[in-house]
Design a binder for this molecule. Structure first.
Ligand code: GTP
Length: 819
């Protein structure tokens, strides 16, 4: 039996159950761990669910704290149902005197004034177990999904009303908690007003305060305000965004805008309050005021914005997992996605969902799963290259008759690099040659050990064609999702990722968005990097018009002013003005960055990047001609981890054979550089490397690789010479010429073949020989150079094994100017 089976039986979440078992001394690793018959027996004999649940309640210090009369006599119905003991562990009550600046930290706990016992100082706070607090209605943070039924929503006249959390009811049912002053009405109104804000802690029970106390309080308050102001006026450090406006800067400096304008004028810069200034100018102003300023990291700001959704754990609700299906070509990704669509029971539609957009949500056992319907790596790479981890779980499809293939390995590396759990779907088990065990065996080489072999990778045997094993796979997805504990905020303004976007002649910009947290409403102002717009229309995965979209939902929207990039994060702005401002600022920054772009990782510039703190990990992709070299190289490279520079060297992907487009894509996405050991990129890969500015370093001696990287880490690599490829030619025929040897009738595909350049012979992407050009002829005449598009005869010094289909690469060493 497995932990999760028993968890189900006992009615616990797998995670919690594993903890319980561990607590009883049963050595389980996680929910997937198998439990021996003996352990199971021990558990069954010794575990008392009731006692356990009671012990949880005992831990609830409200009892310690509390005279029973403080509890409401009867809990409201809703609260009662939510207080199911295994829903959540109760929170600890603490009693403390909060400092002002700590107010934020407790902001989201429920705070109520401590009963005035006469000797109370203002500022005493009691944080109560929220489950025990009466009449406070909270969204079910545990197991229930919020209902985002768009149709219901559109019936409602109040936009978003359904998704607003019920406000805490401050008409406390417990008499002892009620304010005791005479001015009840006023106080009630005040409470009402307070409730409109997010939960603001109230530290002071002013209901029983005498006039004298009030005066003291006022005085104290004033004093504190003044202290705060003084504190603020002594700003010493600020962070500002590129393109900050004069007004914004003044506010951050705690100065009047006119003061800032004056300073600017002193430097000959005429700028009005709403005008943007660049960071350098802003830092001069800051210097004048004795304030140090730092450029705000835009990505950080975005991360922070996203983080606000997850700050208050008790406000979060469970969200469906988002899945990407990956695997080698023809192993059945598309068939699996099709099979899943047909297994779907969300709408009971015959033939499954008619899909309209690049993602769809299915329902299994009352739980939703969202699939990103872009099989393969493109989605993954595009998403990740922009730093958005869209996928929660990767399903790796491996054909049982074919086993682990190069793209399988790539997919594993992609998922690992993104830190996403992998579920293996061993497909085509219906085929006569199918051997699922062989697949499992091969996967162990890549660190994926199937759970029935003692590992923790879930492998499910399926036949996408015969639609077998699909439900089990979906259940496993839900299981992993449960362990991943995926949560989202049910009501905040939406954040998420653009899955794809295009320009439609009639409709304008059409973008598919995946809401990660919060709710997107029709009419919202969405901002995605440098583009923004008002959502004009929203359509779900079945083509229905909708008004709202909750977490893990994909929708197609109209309204962006330009086409946003796939994989880009989006958020909802307060209003159009803010949205436009943000997008315009991003545009300006991007323009500026493009001008001073330092480019992706390059060995020559490695030291600078390390020194500037931009690089903490040097990621490498190693491609070699034979497995032996690959292993030797990878092992040697890992040894470079012991460097004094504190830079981790990691080989994120290794393979045998020519460098393919997918290698370059992975390098671009992960900011890696490619080490080519006796291999070359194919034409597409080469073009992509140029476009993506991925550096490919070629070597033929392992020692040289190590030496160069070591030097680069230390900043000693400043090569005086650099290899420059000058031309490429294809061998179309070969001739034996007396006294000369073998001559290859070749066609120059690009560049120029110069008689004096060096030459390499490449076969199937692998360098098989390197030498000088022995002869270069146009027809019968010797030639000094032959341009692309012409034919010529090429002889290679000391090499007569040229074959039709080989390619030549000619190169020269060029001197590099030292900086
Ligand atoms: N016998 C059998 N054939 C399958 C199964 N799943 C897929 N196939 C076949 O395998 C071939 C490839 O399937 P696809 O679903 O197109 O594979 P893919 O991985 O999406 O391929 P690409 O999109 O080209 O990367 C098709 O001919 C499918 O009919 C299966 O479970 N059993």
């Amino acid at each position: 039996m497995r932990v999760y089976d028993m968890a189900k039986e006992y009615g616990f979440q797998s995670k919690e159950f594993a903890e319980i078992m561990k607590g009883m001394g049963i050595p389980v690793k996680n929910h997937m761990s198998a439990v021996t018959a003996q352990q199971e027996k021990y558990f069954r004999n010794n575990f008392n669910k009731e006692a356990y649940l009671n012990s949880l309640n005992d831990k609830n210090p409200s009892k310690k704290e509390g005279p029973k009369k403080e509890q409401p006599k009867k809990q409201p119905k809703e609260q009662q149902t939510k207080n199911k003991p295994n829903d959540k562990k109760p929170e600890i009550i603490t009693e403390r005197k909060p400092l002002k600046q700590e107010a934020k930290k407790v902001e989201n706990k429920q705070v109520k004034p401590k009963e005035n016992k006469g000797n109370d100082e203002p500022g005493v706070v009691v944080i109560y177990d929220k489950d025990k607090k009466p009449a406070k209605k909270k969204p079910n943070a545990g197991n229930k999904h919020y209902n985002y039924d768009a149709k219901e929503e559109s019936d409602s006249n109040v936009k978003g009303e359904k998704f607003q959390k019920k406000k805490p009811d401050n008409k406390t049912p417990n008499k002892s908690e009620r304010p005791q002053n005479n001015n009840k009405k006023k106080n009630k109104n005040k409470n009402k007003k307070d409730n409109k804000k997010e939960v603001v802690p109230k530290f002071i029970d002013n209901s029983k305060r005498s006039k004298k106390n009030k005066a003291t309080y006022k005085k104290k308050n004033k004093q504190e305000r003044e202290e705060r102001q003084l504190e603020n006026s002594q700003v010493t450090e600020i962070t500002i965004m590129e393109g900050v406006t004069v007004g914004e800067l003044a506010a951050k400096l705690n100065k009047a805008p006119t003061e800032v304008i004056k300073v600017l004028m002193g430097y000959g810069v005429m700028a009005a309050v709403n005008q943007s200034i660049d960071f350098d100018t802003a830092s001069i102003v800051c210097e004048e005021f004795g304030v140090t300023c730092e450029l705000e990291d835009e990505n950080q700001a975005m991360d922070d914005l996203f983080d606000t959704h997850y700050q208050n754990e008790d406000e979060l609700v469970k969200r469906p997992p988002i899945i990407t299906v990956m695997g080698h070509v023809d192993h059945g990704k598309t068939s699996l996605l099709d099979a899943i669509r047909h297994t779907n029971v969300i709408s009971g539609e015959a033939g499954g969902i008619t899909q309209h957009i690049g993602a769809y949500t299915i329902m299994i056992k009352d739980e939703k799963i969202t699939f990103i319907d872009t099989p393969g790596h493109e989605a993954f790479t595009a998403m990740r290259s922009r730093g958005a981890s869209v996928t929660d779980i990767a399903v790796l499809v491996v054909a049982a008759d074919d086993g682990v293939m190069p793209q399988t390995v790539e997919a594993i590396n992609h998922a690992k690099d993104a830190g996403v759990p992998i579920i293996v779907a061993v497909n085509k088990i219906d085929k006569p040659g199918a051997n699922p065990d062989k697949v499992k065996q091969e996967l162990t080489e890549y660190g994926l050990v199937s759970e029935d072999w003692g590992g923790d990778t879930i492998c499910v045997n399926i036949s996408a064609k015969k639609r077998e094993g699909i439900e089990e796979l979906l259940e496993m997805i839900l299981l992993v999702a449960e362990v991943e504990d995926l949560k989202a905020h049910p009501t905040k303004k939406a954040i998420g990722t653009v899955i794809e976007a295009r320009l439609d002649k009639q409709k304008g910009t059409v973008a598919t968005l995946l809401v990660k947290s919060g709710v997107l409403h029709d009419g919202d102002i969405v901002v995605c990097n440098d583009v923004f717009g008002k959502v004009r229309a929203m359509m779900d995965d079945k083509g229905n018009k909708v008004k709202v979209a909750g977490p893990s939902t994909a929708i197609e929207i109209l309204g962006f002013n330009e086409v946003p990039g796939a994989g880009e994060k989006f958020f909802v702005a307060e209003n159009e003005r803010d949205g436009r401002k943000y997008a315009e600022r991003r545009k300006a920054i991007m323009k500026e960055n493009a001008l001073k772009k330092s480019g992706p990782v390059s060995l020559d510039d490695l030291f600078n990047q390390i020194s500037e703190g931009e690089l903490k990990e040097l990621k490498l992709i190693v491609k070699a001609d034979v497995r032996g070299s690959l292993e030797a190289l990878s092992q040697s490279l890992e040894k470079l981890n012991d460097n004094d520079e504190g830079v981790r060297v990691s080989v994120i992907h290794g393979g045998v054979g020519a460098i393919a487009e997918s290698d370059v894509a992975l390098a671009a996405a992960s900011n890696a550089l490619i080490i080519a050991f006796n291999v070359r990129p194919d034409a597409n890969a080469k073009a992509m490397a140029m476009k993506e500015e991925v550096e490919i370093r070629s070597y033929n001696v392992i020692y040289h690789v190590m030496e160069e990287i070591e030097k680069a880490l230390k900043g000693l690599l400043d090569p005086e010479f650099k290899e420059v490829v000058v031309g490429n030619a294809e061998v179309r025929e070969t001739f034996k010429v007396p006294n000369i040897g073998l001559v290859a009738g070749s066609y120059v595909t690009d560049g120029t073949i110069n008689r004096n350049d060096k030459i390499r012979v490449i076969r199937d992407g692998v360098v098989i020989f390197e030498s000088e050009i022995a002869s270069l002829k146009r027809f019968k005449d010797d030639a000094k150079e032959v341009q692309a598009g012409y034919e010529c005869g090429i002889g290679v010094e000391n090499f007569n094994d040229i074959k039709v289909g080989d390619t030549f690469e000619t190169f020269k060493m060029e001197e590099i100017e030292r900086e």
